[in-house]
Design a protein around this ligand. Structure first.
Ligand code: FES
Ligand SMILES: [Fe+2]
Length: 428
């Protein structure tokens, strides 16, 4: 349970809020490449951390991200002319550059101080992995761009999915921090889980169904944190270990097994009450099975809103006649997650919750974020996790069976050995 004060601190992301300040120290997802596919094409509206923005790709292909409303009298630059070097407002022709410079104010006399003195809010952007990333923090504190290894994969080895959710970002993120919920929410007990999940390449999700009360262990890392979920198997000498690697502020590598298509998760807080969830399916060795991913996760939204038709009003198309074999009666793991997360209300009142041992990672993450917000407010930004240029960002979540006698930290080594084809890896 959280106090009202801490719940507000962990959920409010606008300018001037402690969490907003923390998120503005990192590169975060702002849009998809597909939002502005054509040079010189239409700008797209973006709301990010409560700020109304537009993203555009100028006729020479340069991306820009700036405040939506014109600094003159506020017309939306969503309608603006897309010109080389910036956007020109339709109303009176003011032109704003991607770096925030006011380039032209044609109705004003040549002596006007506007172009020299006035600046428009604009943010740095990078494009990688089908995603447009933004840095919204102080210019002097710009962090290194996190070189997640999947960013460099060929397009066929990568399936980046963005989906709208009508709930606060933390409700969503806490799903990624919750190793026990798949045994219930994502269970399909007539069609054998081993068949339905494994057939689509998700062997590791099928395997976790054996034990619905995992032991959960958390620890801090230079990136942010790591979570291990350790499950019983049919053999008392063998544990099923799943690790999730987290990078600040809300990136997670979900546990996957040897040669399995991997999953990176990210969140885009749109404002306090809505967010986009990102599922990045990737496989360094082979093309991603797109149809399989859409079928199992159900996350195939339509542009431009990146929404699916599922809502609270239509109960996410829950079909109670299916509940004899499908725990939730809802099709698709991403929709099952969204149904419970949206059902909690736009911003869940965490003074009402009753946390148990299965919520250990949720609690650990909240405490860590509260600590980091205090650290930043106290002027210790340099010590924030994930910002050290020496970090190589080669993380991975591991899903392996291993001897109970071994330290779970060896899960990565076991996975690497299995991928090399060693049946019984030699461990440290
Ligand atoms: S409102 Fe944009 S130029 Fe006047
Ligand atoms: Fe889930």
């Amino acid at each position: 349970m959280l106090s009202h004060e801490d719940n507000a601190k962990l959920t409010r992301v606008g300018p001037g809020t402690p969490l907003g300040a923390l998120f503005r120290r990192y590169w975060i997802p702002a849009a998809m490449t597909a939002d502005v596919p054509e040079p010189g094409g239409a700008p797209a509206r973006v709301k990010l951390l409560g700020e109304k923005l537009v993203v555009y790709r100028d006729p020479e292909g340069t991306l820009g991200l700036m405040k939506e409303h014109c600094p003159h009298r506020g017309a939306s630059l969503f309608y603006g002319r897309n010109e080389v070097g910036g956007l020109r407002c339709l109303y009176h022709g003011w032109k704003m550059g991607g770096c925030g410079a006011l380039l032209e104010t044609p109705p004003e006399p040549a002596s006007s101080p506007f172009t020299a003195r006035l600046r428009h809010t604009a943010y740095k952007v990078r494009e990688a992995g089908g995603i447009i990333w933004a840095y919204m923090g102080p210019a002097e504190a710009e962090p290194p761009f996190p070189r997640f290894p999947w960013l460099d994969l060929p397009a066929e080895n990568l399936l980046p999915v963005k989906m709208y959710q009508h709930n606060n970002w933390l409700q969503g993120c806490e799903g990624d921090l919750d190793p026990a919920h798949p045994n219930y929410l994502h269970r399909d007990f007539q069609v054998d889980d081993r068949e339905s999940w494994a057939a689509a390449g998700w062997q590791s999700i099928a395997m976790l169904m054996n034990d619905g009360a995992p032991e959960i262990i958390c620890e801090e890392t230079p990136y942010l944190m790591r979570v291990a979920a350790i499950r019983n198997t049919g053999d008392p000498a063998t544990a099923y270990v799943r690790t999730t690697e987290w990078a600040a502020p809300f990136y997670a590598y979900i546990a996957t097994g040897p040669h399995e298509c991997q999953l990176f998760k990210a969140w885009q807080p749109i404002d306090d009450e809505t967010c986009f969830t990102f599922y990045i399916h990737f496989d360094p060795a082979k093309p991603v099975d797109r149809e399989g991913a859409y079928r199992n996760w159900g996350h195939q939204p339509t542009q431009p809103g990146w929404r699916t038709d599922h809502t609270l009003e239509n109960r996410h198309f829950q079909d109670r006649s299916m509940m004899g074999h499908n725990f939730s009666g809802i099709v698709g793991a991403a929709i099952q997650d969204r149904a419970v997360q949206e059902s909690m209300g736009f911003i869940y009142d965490r003074t009402q919750e009753h946390l148990g041992t299965s919520d250990r990672a949720v609690v650990f993450y909240r405490r860590l974020l509260l600590k980091l917000m205090d650290q930043l407010a106290a002027g210790h930004a340099a010590a924030l996790p994930g910002l050290d240029p020496a970090l190589d960002y080669r993380q991975r979540g591991s899903s392996v069976h291993m001897p109970r006698s071994r330290d779970w930290h060896e899960a990565d080594a076991v996975l690497a050995a299995l991928e090399r084809g060693e049946a019984l890896p030699a461990l440290a």
